[in-house]
Ligand binder design. Structure first.
Ligand code: GLN
Ligand code: ZN
Length: 759
């Protein structure tokens, strides 16, 4: 019989209890004991929830107060020397200093860098290592959490990040090879494995997600060596755990590594089962990742059942586990409280708890349990209902998509011609100044929105309030002397949610929180059906703002690729198809804005790069449709209409041809922290269209002066012609406050003016 388990659980709590406990601790309103108590209760609650849902074995040490990669770095004492004394003096102070920086009591410690966890929206802290780094086991968190679960009567399986993946997730501050540190690190693992066995652990889950990526020879050698050493440890049985994709060309290699079991992701890599069965030694347990840890749809249980039966049939003596594809960290906890979701859609969905229940159903159906067979039938019916639902398919849209022609994604004239027409139409000065869209979302703005949602502020009063804010922002920009204005985005809660709420095909949860980093969570919208636009979404605001000024007012939209990448996306059609639908809806918005007299339209694509697939071989296909969708959105306008796009947190070297193919008239990027380094890709490519390299780092309360901005702009001018250059901040200003913004923008405008004098 198959055993039911999963790879990890969301930590934050249904009502974001962990967030509350953390933030109260950080504010000094509660002590360490209270925080640890809250964490301990959450762990226990989640294990019991999983057990009730049908899990036989629960992972432990998947929990973290902030980030599991940071937990490993701290556990192995792989911390910068600057932070060690604080960590030694007080664990939590040191731990959070690494996570968030510490400026207090004479300390001035920076936070570790944060970056995306593979292709998810979760961000981890990047351990900093150096040549000659030493490691020691300074903490036994996995053992403690194992004991907590064991004593509560559960069957726990500790989770560790594997040694090779740990090193590959880290960076060295001196540019030395990370994998050279493997031999120094491995004794910590050996010691930890022994301690886990001592505590009674039967299995340990060792995560090596890098095995689904392209591996070079050095990395393969590191894997062989590391797992050889682990196999000699006196530890629990080792489950080599892979996820976020198929093993592909690493399948035979991974299957032969000395482990007692292998976990594979059958959601991202459904076709790899047969390959793996062919090469997996017969004494190995096989853990099947059947429940999608990255999306919110009910599984196709028939298909999952078939997969598990195939695995059993191939070798009846093999132990088979039914599990989630990856950790459930990336989905919300429970569907039960989502009573406000449209009734028809609810049965199509499955959050963490339901996913474990689904795995239980598969296990029980294998032994023909009557309840499970009924559940299987119900799941089948729900899935069929979803696929056939009139809510999902809009025939009119389908016809429009079929009729699309390539020229709909192509501007009427090449950039040089457009640029000339736009110069005549817009009459902008050299080095035009602008901002990226949002102005400060002050407490007052957020409160007004909350009160309107709660029914305490009427729609009319809320509207009037937003108009007042917008008018004030327009006036401020005029006074500052900015050339191309924005309306300020006061009416928007979030750049994706705002549009999703106005489009058909989107649904929103109440408590569908997913951890982004630390205590921060997002509530991604759910795209469940064909996306269409029942009515114009932004035209009213743009028209109103334009009516207040004779200067050009930029229309402001979120691009189709970002709308897609920051949502839960339907799995019954390719992502590209869903993206094309969003693109069409946004195209209509662009054309409506143009018809309403908006002469410049910005289409933000900050998440374009994020969507890059993990394997290089898949990049071209993604970029192809992503660019096509942007072009479909943007390029229906007249030559005189100027299209901007904006991309932040992005490296451009390896995607510059795609960015160029988008053919926006102006692209603004985040460059101030890299001191214009990110411009290099554009220069090398001889990118011909307008560029606005950010000169104001909006992530920090620090206000840069005019000289600093001039310095950055002169650096840009060294490598780019003056006609190409725009002057703007790195990103939107919504997290800043007005005094900072006024001072910084005044400096920015005077920097641009001074440059004009010099030309
Ligand atoms: N227009 C958006 C803003 O200004 C862009 C945000 C982003 O790039 N993340 O807030
Ligand atoms: Zn941005």
């Amino acid at each position: 019989m198959s055993l039911v388990t999963y790879l990890g659980f969301p930590r934050i709590g249904l009502k974001r209890e962990l967030k509350r406990a953390l933030e109260s601790f950080w504010r000094g309103e509660s002590d360490a004991a209270a925080l640890q108590q809250a964490a301990s209760e959450l762990r226990l609650r989640h294990w019991r929830l999983a057990q009730d849902a049908g899990a036989d074995v629960v992972p432990v040490n998947d929990f973290s107060l902030y980030d599991h990669v940071l937990d490993h770095a701290v556990m192995f004492d792989a911390v910068p020397d600057s932070h060690r004394a604080v960590l030694d003096a007080d664990f939590l102070t040191g731990y959070f200093a690494l996570a968030r920086g510490l400026q207090k009591d004479g300390h001035d410690l920076r936070a570790l860098e944060m970056t995306k966890w593979f292709d998810t929206n979760y961000h981890y802290l990047v351990p900093e290592l150096r040549r000659g780094q030493t490691f020691r086991l300074r903490d036994d968190k996995p053992v403690r959490e194992f004991i907590q679960a064991r004593d509560a009567g559960l069957r726990p399986r500790p989770v560790l990040l594997g040694p090779v993946s740990f090193l590959l997730l880290a960076k060295t501050t001196d540019g030395s090879a990370r994998l050279a540190l493997l031999d120094a690190l491995l004794p910590c693992y050996v010691q930890l494995l022994a301690a886990l066995k001592q505590a009674g652990a039967e299995w340990v889950q060792i995560d090596e997600p890098f095995l689904v990526l392209d591996l070079d020879e050095d990395t393969r050698h590191a894997y062989e060596h590391a797992w050889e050493v682990l196999s000699r440890a006196d530890g629990p049985k080792r489950l080599l755990t892979t996820y976020f994709g198929a093993l592909g060309d690493n399948a035979a290699f991974a299957a032969r590594l000395p482990a007692n079991g292998l976990h594979i992701d059958l959601v991202r890599g459904p076709d790899q089962l047969d390959d793996v069965l062919r090469v997996l030694p017969s004494d190995r347990t096989l853990s099947l990742g059947l429940a999608d840890g990255r999306n919110v749809w009910r599984a196709d249980l028939d298909k999952a059942l078939l997969a598990s039966q195939r695995a059993h049939a191939q070798l009846p003596s093999r132990q088979i586990w039914l599990s989630s594809s990856c950790s459930l960290l990336h989905v919300p906890i429970d569907l039960a409280p989502e009573t406000a979701l449209p009734g028809a859609i609810r049965p199509w969905l499955s959050f963490a708890r339901q996913k474990i229940e689904e795995l239980r159903t598969i296990a029980d159906a294998q032994r023909n349990d009557a309840g499970a067979l009924a559940a299987l039938a119900a799941a089948r019916a729900a899935r069929a209902a979803r696929l056939l639902s009139p809510l999902v398919t809009r025939p009119g849209l389908r016809r429009r998509l079929e009729a699309l022609t390539a020229d709909q994604g192509t501007r009427k004239s090449p950039y040089a011609v457009r640029a000339e027409r736009q110069r005549e139409a817009l009459r902008l000065p050299l080095f035009p100044t602008t901002t990226i869209g949002s102005f400060p979302q002050t407490r007052a703005v957020r409160e007004a929105r909350a009160r309107n949602r709660a029914g305490l502020l009427s729609d009319a009063d809320y509207q009037a309030y937003l108009e007042k804010e917008t008018a004030a922002a327009v006036q401020t920009q005029e006074q500052l002397g900015i050339d191309v204005l924005v309306h300020g985005e006061f009416e928007r809660n979030d750049m994706v949610e705002y549009f999703g709420e106005q489009l058909d095909g989107y649904a929103f949860t109440r408590l569908g929180w997913v951890q982004s980093y630390g205590s921060r969570c997002v509530k991604p919208p759910i795209i469940y059906g064909d996306v269409t636009r029942p009515a114009a979404m932004t035209v009213q605001w743009s028209r109103y703002a334009q009516s207040l000024t004779i200067l050009p007012m930029k229309g402001m939209l979120t691009g189709p690729v970002t709308m897609l990448n920051w949502s839960f996306v339907r799995d019954d059609q390719p992502r590209a198809d869903t993206c094309r639908q969003i693109a069409l809806a946004l195209r209509d918005e662009v054309l409506d804005l143009e018809a309403a007299g908006i002469r410049i339209i910005q289409i933000d694509e900050p998440a374009l790069r994020e969507g890059l697939p993990l394997r290089r071989t898949d990049w071209a296909a993604y970029l192809q449709w992503a660019v096509e969708c942007f072009r479909l959105t943007a390029n229906g306008v007249a030559d005189e209409t100027q299209i901007h796009t904006h991309m932040c947190y992005s490296e451009f070297n390896d995607i510059i041809d795609a960015v160029a193919a988008m053919d926006a008239d102006v692209v603004s990027i985040e460059t101030s922290r890299s001191r214009m380094e990110l411009l290099d890709a554009f220069v090398r490519f001889r990118y011909p269209n307008g560029i606005g390299p950010g000169v104001y780092d909006i992530h920090s309360p620090r206000v840069p002066g005019k000289a600093e901005m001039l310095g950055l702009l002169r650096k840009a001018l060294d490598v780019l012609p003056a006609e190409q250059l725009w002057v703007n901040p790195d990103c939107g200003l919504k997290t800043r406050d007005w005094p900072e913004v006024r001072t910084a923008l005044a400096a920015m405008v005077s920097a641009a003016r001074e440059l004009r004098l010099g030309v």
